[in-house]
Design a protein around this ligand. Structure first.
Ligand SMILES: Nc1ncnc2c1ncn2[C@@H]1O[C@H](COP(=O)(O)OP(=O)(O)OP(=O)(O)O)[C@@H](O)[C@H]1O
Length: 466
């Protein structure tokens, strides 16, 4: 960040240098200044030593500095803000002490769980406030005065306006924006402005974290940071070393065919497949299911219970293929994801970094394949520019791929019919509020089919390919 981009127009965030390539973190959590109880809880989670972003951000946060933290996906940013907040809370136990804003509901639950794991045994109470879930139940939890609130902006605002007696004006000491560039986007502008007007300005510490950060001063100013220090583990947008990224240039009409071929070839792996529309996730999930593959959709038109149900089935490995919109692109930490496929190319190139970051997390390896059709070339070039490298082509045998054609065409045709049926049921619909087509998706066991290799292409004995 340059001086012209500094906060409040005049303060230049001081850069903490990353210690470069050979920067093995040799420090322990103790060395960072964390108390024994928190170090022990890190150990219980299997965290042997701090990650780079944790090693750099935690001491500064413990000093009470405002922080802009930028580090690659899966590098432990949640711990980097949760641990110093918990330490401050242990020093001065206070109700409604910290607010964590996140762009998606699933991410809010995940962060809530991380606070519980790190601080629950120390008596820290966390409450998650997200849309699509019961307001009254959440109000009851708020009535118990938790220490930490993790929320999506809209629902938090709803509570600030409508839940009797709930205010953050008196006690709040920490504000974190996770996936800050997304939170500071126009989509959340109104809510974030309202929230900022409803929390204390003085004496509040602020932390912004993301794998991609906006450089726009105006946006950063909105977070009203005070003398922030920028902690940047990588100097440019990087993806982790153990992530193997590929592109596949194919005509639009063959995307389904190639997808089936790749999943079939990599049988035994866990996949997240990104689509650009909610209907797209449904259509693809139905098509794969017609071929006996354990696919489940996740999109913003599904009810929150269905969304959580889909995610849990994927997390517990009872479904191996999650077909999602960008609602799943940020923050979700599901360690066993082996492969990310961008079935539809992301329209915002920064989303690419977040999507592929759903695999190869916390030192593991993973694979990402981006489908590029004849209409996507420009968008793809922008992605290569952003990540600063040319990706290799994903190798496939065209002859083998084509052997699936008849079965995939038939499965796609059936999927379209099923989708139409679902839409018609909805139109005649007795119950829905807004196009919750996803709620009709029958995920009961009888509809799962057998997880078998699709016949028609390749030899049946190929090993798990990663
Ligand atoms: N010090 C550590 N040692 C080992 N594992 C860790 C450590 N800190 C965090 N982790 C684990 O690493 C994984 C990724 O952490 P986290 O979700 O915080 O990443 P992130 O940087 O926020 O990623 P994203 O940008 O995708 O949101 C989690 O499973 C977490 O438990």
């Amino acid at each position: 960040m340059s001086s012209s981009e500094s906060d409040n127009g005049n303060e230049v965030p001081e850069e903490v240098p990353s210690d470069g390539e050979d920067n093995k973190v040799t420090k322990t959590f103790h060395d960072l200044g964390l108390v024994d109880a928190l170090c022990e809880n890190c150990e219980k989670l299997g965290w042997k030593k701090p990650s780079k972003i944790q090693a750099e951000a935690i001491p500064l946060a413990l000093e009470g500095r405002d922080i802009i933290g930028l580090a690659e996906t899966g590098s432990g940013k949640t711990g980097a803000f949760a641990l110093p907040i918990l330490q401050a809370l242990l020093e001065t136990p206070t109700r409604l002490f910290a607010l964590i804003l996140t762009p998606t509901r699933e991410l809010a639950y995940q962060i809530g769980e991380q606070f519980d794991k790190l601080g629950g045994s120390l008596g820290v109470k966390t409450c998650v406030l997200v849309g699509g879930m019961d307001m009254v139940e959440q109000s009851v939890l708020l009535g118990k005065m938790p220490h930490i609130i993790v929320a999506t902006p809209g629902r938090l605002m709803d509570h600030l306006q409508n839940t009797k007696g709930f205010t953050l004006k008196r006690s709040l000491k920490y504000l974190v924006m996770d996936e800050a560039d997304r939170i500071l986007n126009m989509d959340f502008e109104k809510e974030v402005n309202q929230i900022l007007a409803n929390i204390p300005r003085e004496g509040r510490r602020n932390m912004l974290f993301s794998a991609t950060m906006t450089k726009k001063v105006v946006k950063l100013q909105r977070a009203s940071l005070s003398d922030p220090v920028k902690v940047e583990v990588n100097s440019k947008y990087q993806t982790v070393d153990k992530l193997h990224q590929y592109y596949l240039f194919i005509p639009l009409k063959f995307k389904e065919l190639y997808l089936v071929h790749i999943i079939n070839e990599m049988q035994g792996n866990s996949f997240i497949i990104f689509c650009s529309t909610c209907n797209g996730t449904l259509k693809l999930a139905l098509m794969l299911r017609n071929l006996g593959m354990a696919a489940i959709p996740l999109n913003g038109h599904m009810s929150q219970n269905k969304r959580l149900g889909a995610l849990n089935k994927f997390k517990s490995k009872s479904r191996s293929i999650l077909i999602a919109t960008d609602v799943a692109s940020r923050g979700l930490d599901i360690p066993h994801v082996d492969v990310v496929i961008n079935f539809d190319i992301p329209t915002h190139s920064k989303d690419y970094i977040h999507r592929v970051g759903r695999t190869a997390r916390a030192g593991r390896s993973g694979k990402a394949i981006t489908f590029v059709s004849q209409y996507d070339v420009e968008l793809y070039q922008r992605i290569e520019q952003l990540i600063g490298k040319k990706l290799p082509k994903f190798q496939t045998e065209e002859n083998e791929v084509m052997t699936f054609q008849d079965r995939v065409n038939e499965a796609t045709r059936m999927a379209k019919m099923e989708l139409k049926d679902m839409e018609e049921r909805k139109k005649g619909g007795k119950r829905r509020k807004r196009g919750e087509a996803g709620d009709d998706f029958d995920d009961s066991e009888q509809f799962i089919g057998v997880r078998k290799r699709v016949k028609g292409g390749g030899d049946g004995n190929r090993k798990k390919r990663r």
